[in-house]
Design a protein around this ligand. Structure first.
Ligand SMILES: O=C(O)[C@H](CS(=O)(=O)O)OP(=O)(O)O
Ligand SMILES: [Mg+2]
Length: 227
C-alpha cells in the first residue's frame, strides 16, 4: 500500500485508490457528530448561495456551515460539532458549506473511493482502509496551511504501517493549531472552546466511517457503523 499525504483543496488523482479528505477543525468532526445524532446524510455544497438553491429542491435540509468560521445568515447552524450535539437531527439531512473540508471533498472525484474523516474517526477509518487494502491511499489535509489536518494524516499513516505520530501528539497539535486559537480566546460567542475539545477527541475503533458519492449530487453517508 503506497500512502501519500497531500494538503489543500485540490486532491491529486488517485484513480485506483482510496482518498481520505481530512478536516479536524471542524467540518468532519461536525459531520460525525451529526451522524451520531441520527442525521441521515449530508449534501456538501461550495457556497451559501448553492446551499439556499439546493434547499429549494431538498426542502427538509438543515443548513449548516460557516464563512471565515462564523455562522452564515439564514443558516440553521454554524459548522459546530457542539451545536449539532445540542440539536435534534434525527432523520434529518444536512446541506453543508465549509471553507476547507467541504471544498476539498467537492474536488476529489478522481478516486476509486472517497472517504471523509477527522481525528474522531481516524482509527476506525484506518481500520477500514486496511481491510480494503487498496494499492494507493491519499490522505488530504484539507486546511491549506494549518497543522491539525496534517497531524491527523500522519496519525492515520502510522496506523496504516507508515511513518506516524501518536494519538496524543495529534490531539496536542490540534489544540495548538492556529485555526484553534479563535475558539479558545473567547473572541466570538459562537466560536466555542468545546468545538476544539470535540475536534481533539477520538471515538476509537467504533467510530463511524463516512464516504462520499458524487451522482446525482455530491453526498456524504455513513458507510459503516462499527469496525
Ligand atoms: O469553520 C471551520 O472550522 C473552518 C474554517 S477555519 O479553519 O476555522 O477558519 O472550516 P473547515 O472547512 O471546517 O476547515
Ligand atoms: Mg478545517
Amino acid at each position: 500500500m503506497k500512502i501519500s499525504i497531500a494538503q489543500g483543496h485540490n486532491p491529486p488523482h488517485n484513480i485506483n485508490g482510496i482518498t481520505v479528505i481530512i478536516d479536524v477543525i471542524r467540518a468532519f468532526t461536525t459531520s460525525h457528530e451529526a451522524f451520531l445524532g441520527g442525521a441521515s446524510h449530508i449534501y456538501p455544497v461550495s457556497s451559501a448561495d448553492d446551499a439556499f438553491r439546493l434547499r429549494e429542491d431538498y426542502r427538509e435540509g438543515l443548513l449548516v456551515g460557516e464563512v471565515q468560521a462564523l455562522p452564515i445568515d439564514g443558516f440553521d447552524h454554524g459548522n459546530s460539532p457542539w451545536e449539532i450535539r445540542h440539536t435534534d437531527v434525527r432523520g434529518r439531512y444536512l446541506i453543508m458549506r465549509t471553507t476547507n473540508g467541504v471544498a476539498a471533498t467537492l474536488r476529489a472525484r478522481d478516486s476509486r473511493q472517497v472517504l471523509v474523516g477527522a481525528l474522531i474517526n481516524a482509527e476506525a477509518t484506518a481500520n477500514y482502509i486496511r481491510e480494503q487494502n487498496p494499492d494507493t491511499v491519499v490522505l488530504v489535509a484539507s486546511h491549506p496551511t494549518g497543522d491539525e489536518d496534517v497531524a491527523c494524516a500522519e496519525y492515520i499513516r502510522g496506523l496504516l504501517g507508515g511513518e506516524g505520530i501518536s494519538l496524543e501528539q495529534a490531539r496536542e497539535r490540534t489544540r495548538n493549531a492556529f485555526a484553534a486559537k479563535k475558539f479558545l480566546d473567547g473572541s466570538h460567542p459562537r466560536l466555542r472552546p468545546q468545538d476544539i475539545d470535540m475536534a481533539a477527541s477520538s471515538a476509537g475503533p467504533d467510530a463511524l466511517i463516512m464516504g462520499v458519492t458524487y451522482e446525482p449530487v455530491p453526498r456524504i453517508d455513513v458507510i459503516r457503523r462499527a469496525s
